[in-house]
Structure formats: C-alpha cells, structure tokens
Write a protein that binds this ligand. Structure first.
Ligand SMILES: Cc1cc2nc3c(=O)[nH]c(=O)nc-3n(C[C@H](O)[C@H](O)[C@H](O)COP(=O)(O)OP(=O)(O)OC[C@H]3O[C@@H](n4cnc5c(N)ncnc54)[C@H](O)[C@@H]3O)c2cc1C
Length: 494
C-alpha cells in the first residue's frame, strides 16, 4: 500500500477489511451495530463511537433505592414489533413487562380538574357508545360534532396536512383541544398545528382513505383484532428493570471496536490520491475524534441528531447540511418523584394525565409510573413522572432545578392534592432532544436521502428521519446495516 499523505497515524487501515464507523451509540446506532454483527461476513469490521460516557442516548434507566427511574423513554409500542422481536432475540423474553391493563385509565386536565378519557377512545376516536355519550370530558355539541365524522366526505386533495387540520376537519375543534392535542401531539412532543399527519399518524390517513369515516374504520379494525386467534400483547411494554436492560443486552452482543467518550468532531472525504489500495478502497472517509485520533472508514453511519449530522457533513456537502438543519428540535425534561404511598391520598387509579395546551399550567403530562407498570417502586412507595417543556412550555426549562421542583410540587398539590415531601426527586433535562416532524417531513427526508447519495458510503439514520419511537429507530438501524452490507459485498466483488 502507498504510504498515506496524512501526518498522524490512522487508527485502523487494513486493506483486507471493510470498516464501518457508526457515530452515535443511542438505540439506532446500537441496533445498526447489532445487525452488522449478526449478518456481516468476517471482512466487515466496525467501530461505534459515542460522545457521552454511557451507551443508550435517550434511553437512560437509573435504579434509585429500588425505584426504577426512566429519564427518557419508559416503554415501546408493540404494534410495531421491532423492539419486542429484538428483546426476544436478545434473550429478554422473561424480562418483558406489559402495562397494568387493569388500570389503563388516562385522565385529561380540564379547568384544573382531572377527567377520565372515556373508555374505548382509541387515541381520539370513540369506539364505545355508552362511555362516550356519558363522559363529562366533551360537551354535547362537541360529541355531536365528533359523530359527524360518520357522514363527512373524504378530503379531496392528496398529500400531507397538519394533525390539527385533520382532526378539526373530521372530529371538530373540541376533540382536537381536549384529546388529540394533548395525547397525539403529546406523544410526539409536537405542535399539532405544525405536526405532519403523514409522518406521525399515517394510519389515520389510511383510515380516511379506505373507510372515509375514522369511527367506522376503527370499529372494523377493532372487530378484526378481536377475531385474532393469538391475543395481542399489551400495546406498550418495557423490561423488568427498565429499558436500560435492552441497551446492556445489545452492548453485550457487540464485539466491535466500542468507544465511549469519543465525540466525532470532523469528517473528511479521502479523495483517492493518497490512499490507493489493492481493493480500490480509496473513496472512504477520515473520522476525526476530539482526542486527536483518526479512524479510516469505508462507510460511515451517522446515528446522531440531525443538527449534529449537519455540522459534520457541512464541509462535504453544504446543501445537505442546510437541509439537515431545517429539521427543528424542541427541549423537554422529566422529573421523577418518589413518595411513601401512605402519604398520598390520591388513588393513582390510572396511567396518569395529559394537559391540553390551553390549561394554565407548566406541566405537559404526568405518568403515575408505579400504577402503569408493576416493579417500578419498592413496596409501600409510589413513583410519578412529570413531563415539562415541549413546544408550548419550553420557557419553564430556563428555571434552575430547585425552581422547577418547587413549581411541580405546587402544581401537583393543586391538581392531585399532593402535599407530602417526596422521598427522592430526579430531573433529566433533554436539550434539543425531540425532532419535530413538521408538515412535509417525509418530502424533506426524501430530499435529504437524495442529496446524501452524492456521498457514497455515508448513511444518515435515527430518530430525526423515519420515526422517533424505539421500534422505528431499531428498524432504521437494521435498514442502514443492510445498506452498508450490500455496499461492502459489492466492493468485495470488484
Ligand atoms: C423524554 C423522552 C421520552 C421518550 N419516550 C419514549 C417512549 O416512551 N417510547 C418510545 O418509543 N420513544 C420515546 N422517546 C423517543 C426515543 O427515546 C428516541 O427517539 C430514541 O431513543 C432516539 O434514539 P437515537 O439512537 O436515534 O438517538 P439518540 O438516543 O439521541 O442517540 C444519539 C447518540 O449520538 C451521540 N452523539 C451525538 N453527537 C455525537 C458526536 N459528535 N460523536 C459521537 N456521538 C455523538 C449522543 O450522545 C447519543 O448517544 C422519548 C424521548 C424522550 C426525549
């Protein structure tokens, strides 16, 4: 091999291997590494470079005196089976834990009081008559407007629209304000007026396209589901000791070059002049780490937030960087509070409550964690988790930790009558952590994918693009591993 024209020694430059560098050790990057490990021929090697001192990215579980505290996600959706399947494949079947189905009530804060979401409402679509008509959450005119969905014609135009416009059109303003906005926009930590329906709830678009009426379509689907021979697993599942178990199980399988505390600061394209190899692998990249080391990569998987990817690709492709920057992010925080159960008068008879935008409170939602899942608090204790920030309440996050705790305790006192001192509190701040899938998101991502094709061997993946939920991230990790492997195989064939 010719000697390189780079002054510092390259960490790895072996002509017989195809080396993949995965940047970002969140669930997407770890899933990509796992599927590479699983399917790659021996000549494919990989490094996973994580800037932080721990693996998992947004997934962070802490055991605080027997309380299982999730700083980020607390569960995954099973309707999209990738996470459930991966857990099973990793030998975690016995560790799986479904939501407590006996207590699946969700409350909505309305004029300062908690009102239950009527039984049978699926996200925002009513599927049971009596609980819906007797509910005090929606007014009579609001209920009648929702029922008009049964006769309202389909939308004429094709294409994306905002969640708010869709719900307003089909079910009315009240259903939007009291249910869809806090629940459906809440899941995505999004502004319903900007949130892309096509990118976040494509199933709703499909319901309208196929059945016209959402209520009719949902009832048909519910009947089909009830006829299934094998009962469906609970809609949301986690692991007995928290989602951190998934991260640990994944890491235990990875035999590649795994590096924590290794932020990547710069990418450079190898132009071929200085690195001609017998395999013609001169068209790779140099990955520069903050500690001064450099790694040669035949392929790079960027599994980092879009703004980080933008900064890294900027010297290689200015337009791509600019498009990546156009994916907005908002900040959030979660505050977990442990209590002695005997000191709470509240029954905690549900999964918690969500808060419509118009309610004058700083809270976005509150999960009654020790009711939603068993094994989340020691016997005799309860665990709550409050969500703060998001598109309409980001200013709260400017407060210091003490002020946030003060404010949350006052609001929990007003809403739930809690006066007791918590036995512990734990705040997790998530700065610019929630990608916003604004209307047109799918077109934006398709354009980005088109642009990145100009940089062969460079792949973009993760929650910024094709799904924020853990199952979507795992699917994206698997897909990127497949794409990289097909490139490696093609390269080897030449
Ligand atoms: C509070 C909260 C609650 C959530 N709840 C749920 C839930 O209940 N269920 C669900 O399915 N989803 C939930 N989500 C969403 C889900 O957790 C995330 O979308 C998903 O974990 C993102 O994974 P990722 O690997 O794509 O990105 P990340 O987890 O963001 O991973 C990216 C990694 O890249 C690293 N990195 C960044 N820059 C560099 C660099 N220059 N060099 C090297 N490494 C770098 C970061 O340190 C990070 O570890 C939640 C998210 C949040 C914030």
């Amino acid at each position: 091999m010719n000697s390189t024209r780079f002054s510092e020694p390259l960490h790895r430059l072996d002509t017989d291997t195809f080396h993949v560098v995965i940047i970002g050790g969140g669930i997407t990057g770890l899933a990509a590494a796992y599927y590479l490990e699983k399917h790659a021929p021996p000549y494919v090697t990989y490094s996973v470079l994580e800037g932080d001192t721990r693996w998992g990215g947004k997934i962070v579980t802490e055991n605080i005196s027997g309380f299982i505290v999730e700083g980020g996600p607390d569960s995954f959706l099973t309707q999209k089976p990738a996470a459930l399947n991966l857990c099973r494949e990793l030998g975690l079947e016995e560790r799986l834990l479904g939501t407590n189905e006996a207590q699946r009530k969700v409350y909505v804060l309305l004029n300062g009081r908690l009102r239950p979401l009527p039984d049978g409402v699926m996200l925002v679509i009513p599927t049971r008559f009596t609980p819906f008509v007797t509910s005090s959450l929606i007014s009579w005119p609001g209920k009648l407007r929702m029922a008009l969905d049964l006769v309202i014609p389909r939308r004429r135009q094709d294409g994306d629209e905002s969640l708010a416009s869709f719900i307003r059109r089909r079910l009315g303003q009240e259903a939007l304000d009291k249910i869809a906005e806090p629940l459906m926009a809440g899941i995505h930590v999004a502004d319903a007026e900007r949130q892309s329906l096509a990118a976040t709830f494509p199933r709703f678009m499909e319901l309208e396209r196929v059945h016209r009426s959402l209520i009719k379509g949902m009832l048909i689907q519910k009947r089909q589901l009830a006829r299934r021979a094998v009962p469906a697993p609970p809609l949301f599942m986690t692991l007995r000791d928290g989602l951190g178990e998934l991260v640990s199980a994944l890491c235990a399988r990875l035999r590649g070059d795994m590096r924590l505390n290794s932020p990547v600061v710069r990418l450079e394209k190898v132009d071929g002049n200085g690195m001609a190899t017998p395999h013609g692998r001169a068209n790779g990249y140099l990955v520069r780490l903050r500690d001064g080391q450099t790694i040669y990569a035949d392929a790079i998987v960027l599994a980092v937030p879009a703004y980080t990817a933008a900064t890294l690709v900027a010297p290689l492709h200015a337009t791509l960087a600019q498009r990546l920057h156009s994916i907005r992010y908002v900040s959030t925080a979660t505050l977990s509070l442990g209590y002695r159960r005997s000191e709470l008068d509240h029954p905690l008879d549900g999964f918690g409550f969500v808060v419509p935008r118009r309610e004058p409170t700083h809270l976005m939602a509150c999960t009654w964690t020790s009711t939603k899942f068993f094994h989340r608090a020691p016997a005799g204790y309860a665990l709550l988790r409050v969500f703060l920030g998001g598109p309409h309440r980001e200013a709260t996050l400017a407060l210091d930790d003490e002020a946030i705790l003060d404010l949350v305790r006052k609001e929990l006192q007003c809403i739930m009558g809690i006066r007791a001192d918590p036995v512990f509190v734990r705040l997790h701040r998530w700065q610019d952590a929630n990608p916003q899938y604004d209307v047109g998101h799918l077109e934006r991502v398709a354009e980005i994918e088109g642009l990145v094709a100009a940089l062969p061997g460079l792949y973009l993946t993760g929650s910024a693009f094709r799904g924020v939920g853990i199952p979507d991230c795992i699917v994206q990790g698997e897909n990127v591993a497949k794409a990289v492997l097909s490139m490696a195989v093609q390269r080897a064939a030449h």
